[in-house]
Write a protein that binds this ligand. Structure first.
Ligand code: PMP
Length: 403
């Protein structure tokens, strides 16, 4: 990993903030984009742009080819069996809403139960609560231990005859915990229950093979994996997607329409009503090419070193409490220092050019479990450096002295 070379691929990393070099440590919220992604998008607008799937003309066919090549690229990247299993959505949030709605129309009845965990992002809680209001389903919650690891015995005990869906995050956006998803999926399957994996925080850092995991659904957002905003993926096993009804109606998702009735398009188009974000899908494909060229194993190894270094530097700071100390952890560090409010810490670090996240991180129930209102979160990725972690540690010390 030639980090200097890699950093030069991301123009934004060269900019200054308040006259200081930007130290961007908010990668769990969104990642920066390499030049090839931005240029790939611009190039498509400049020379290919046309609506996809329905034009006989040259540009439309070229745009369609790029869009469908992107689907194939995603299929390879996650190890799906067929492009029929790769649905494009607006992102993780829309993918989970789609699943909550469609599973709510098929396999969930009043009194049925959906298992989530205490460390879910709101986007894997609220869609189920909306369904609970409409259909009378219930949520069951997997607890965690003090280190921030899910409690597997308690998980196993949540299953009962009314359990119909398990929906869990792969990696916690607050604690960095990497959940033992293969075990969690296998347990659910012994009870005959399908599993949805929220891969928003894992897809940029871990190599994922949906076939090896045998996961039923997997969802993620392109913007967290160096791709554009507004595009994401819903992977579903073909047998499941076949069973589910459409989510939205409109163009593209139909085979034939008359006022007497409509027949729906085949997979994956049944779930893709309206003009798709075909520019975004191409941008995502370029991003996947970019990180595949770096190598996910290399990325994971480098990020792990960064995590170890950052953990050592931060825990050496007096008064700093780290939240999330799982044995298997991704490069996320949530912390509080003395009784300094996270907003104050974040605002003062910002003045030093250091971008971190502060607050509840869209995980109120987890904050409640931890008995705090929020944390400061530094989330690292492969373009971050030890020097940036030093800057963070020195920044925290400086803020601490001010208080
Ligand atoms: N799940 C997790 C674990 C996340 O970290 C996020 C983004 N913070 C989401 C879901 C939601 O992703 P998006 O806003 O891109 O839909």
């Amino acid at each position: 990993m030639n980090i200097e070379k890699i950093r030069s691929d991301f123009p934004i990393l060269g900019r200054a903030v308040y006259g200081r070099p930007l130290v961007y440590l908010d990668n769990a919220a969104t990642t920066q984009k390499p030049r090839v992604v931005v240029e790939g998008i611009a190039e498509e607008y400049y020379s290919v742009n046309a609506n996809v799937h329905r034009g006989v003309h040259f540009l439309s066919q070229q745009a369609t080819a790029l869009h469908e090549a992107a689907r194939e690229r995603v299929r390879q990247f996650i190890g799906a069996r067929s492009i029929a299993e790769v649905v494009f959505t607006r992102g993780t949030t829309e993918s989970i809403n789609l699943l909550a709605f469609c599973l709510g129309e098929t396999i969930l009845q009043e009194g049925d139960e959906v298992i989530v965990s205490v460390m879910e992002h709101h986007s894997n809680i609220v869609p189920w609560q909306l369904l609970a209001t409409r259909k009378g389903i219930r949520l069951k919650v997997v607890p965690m231990n003090e280190a921030g690891e899910l409690q597997l015995d308690a998980y196993e005990q949540l299953f009962g005859p009314r359990t119909k869906v398990v929906s869990l995050t792969h990696v916690s956006n607050v604690l960095g915990t990497v959940n033992p998803v293969k075990k969690l999926i296998d347990t659910a399957h012994t009870h005959g229950v399908p599993v949805i994996l929220d891969a928003a925080q894992s897809i940029p850092h871990l190599s994922i093979d949906v076939g090896a995991l045998d996961v039923d659904f997997l969802v993620f957002s392109a913007h967290k994996i160096y791709g554009p905003t507004g595009i994401g993926v819903l992977y579903g096993k073909e047998s499941w997607l076949e069973r589910l009804p459409p989510y939205q109606g409109g163009g593209e998702m139909i085979k034939h329409v008359s006022f007497e009735g409509t027949t729906f398009n085949e997979l994956p188009f049944k779930f893709e009503a309206g003009t798709p974000d075909y520019i975004g899908t191409h941008g995502l494909a370029v991003a996947l090419d970019y990180i595949s060229a770096l190598g996910l194993e290399n990325i994971a190894a480098y990020e792990h070193q960064l995590l170890l270094y950052a953990t050592e530097r931060l825990t050496a700071i007096e008064g700093l409490r780290l939240y999330g100390e799982a044995a298997d952890k991704s490069s996320v560090l949530s912390f509080l220092v003395d009784d300094i409010h996270p907003f104050d810490m974040g605002t003062l670090l910002d003045r030093l050019g250091i971008a971190v996240r502060t607050g509840h991180h869209c995980a109120y129930p987890l904050m409640q479990r931890l008995g705090i209102e929020g944390t400061v979160r530094a989330s690292l990725t492969f373009y971050n450096t030890q020097a940036e972690i030093d800057a963070l540690a020195e920044g925290i010390e400086r803020v601490r002295r001010m208080f």
